[in-house]
Design a protein around this ligand. Structure first.
Ligand code: SF4
Length: 240
């Protein structure tokens, strides 16, 4: 697949959308008051991707979905609406590491966010500066149901790198209980912890039904269960 044309000019970020305040909808910070920066571009193409507007030219006019924002633009936005938690998501945020370094280091210097999380597929290693700037990486390795080949979605050296940062949690998108064996294999092979299981789904009925199916098997494995709070509250509306 041809990767999206994402530039990595250190002064600018290619952004799909900024939004907030809202709630962090997934993982350990679920329910926290949060602001989001959704970066444009992804080198993967998961079958069930919930943000195809960041990279899929078959379904979206990508020229209309991207905007080049200067770091100063983003800092001004944050200064006008100080963030308790800033979530950098995508797409794949780590495709734009240099500009992201500059942004996050300045946010830290100016104390514009108490905590910063980066959501990533775990296929690109973070730089040392990014690692020092974030509170946490929410790393989401993809399973076979993503439709990706294993070598595309499981990068052993990158998984070990994230594990070594001491700042990673591992959030697996799961469709059915049988997927948990695949998670177990990855967790055991690469010593990934802590583990969060999150149902795949872009409507509240699907998310709730899958959470109910997954609850007992996840408890039995002593893992954590994440909802998708934004989906329960607002379905698939963008901007939440
Ligand atoms: S890694 Fe994330 S943004 Fe990229 S295709 Fe998969 S789900 Fe979508």
């Amino acid at each position: 697949m041809k990767p999206p044309a994402v530039s990595d000019v250190a002064r600018d970020l290619v952004v799909n959308e900024t939004f907030g305040p809202t709630f962090q909808g997934e993982g350990p910070s679920t329910g926290r008051y949060a602001h989001f920066i959704r970066l444009f571009g992804c080198h993967l193409s998961c079958a069930w991707c919930d943000t195809p507007q960041t990279h899929d030219p078959a379904r979206y006019d990508l020229a209309a979905e991207q905007q080049v924002l200067s770091i100063d633009d983003i800092l001004s936005w944050l200064a006008s609406t100080p963030a308790e938690l800033l979530v950098i998501t995508g797409g794949e945020p780590l495709l734009q590491p240099r500009a992201l370094e500059r942004l996050l280091c300045t946010i830290r210097e100016r104390a514009l966010a108490a905590d910063i999380e980066i959501e990533t597929s775990g296929t690109i290693p973070p730089t040392d500066l990014l690692t020092s700037a974030v509170t946490r990486f929410n790393v989401s390795p993809k399973l076979a149901h993503s439709g990706l080949r294993r070598h595309q979605r499981v990068r052993p050296a990158v998984l070990r790198h994230f594990a070594g940062t001491g700042k990673a949690i591992w959030k697996f998108v799961v469709q059915e209980t049988g997927d948990l064996d695949e998670v177990q294999e990855l967790v055991g092979t690469y010593d990934l912890k802590p583990v969060w299981i999150m149902p795949e789904g872009t409507d509240s009925a699907t998310v709730l039904a899958r959470m109910r199916l997954l609850a007992e098997p996840v408890l039995a494995r002593r893992w954590h269960l994440s909802t998708r709070l934004h989906t329960l509250l607002w379905e698939n509306d963008r901007g939440h």
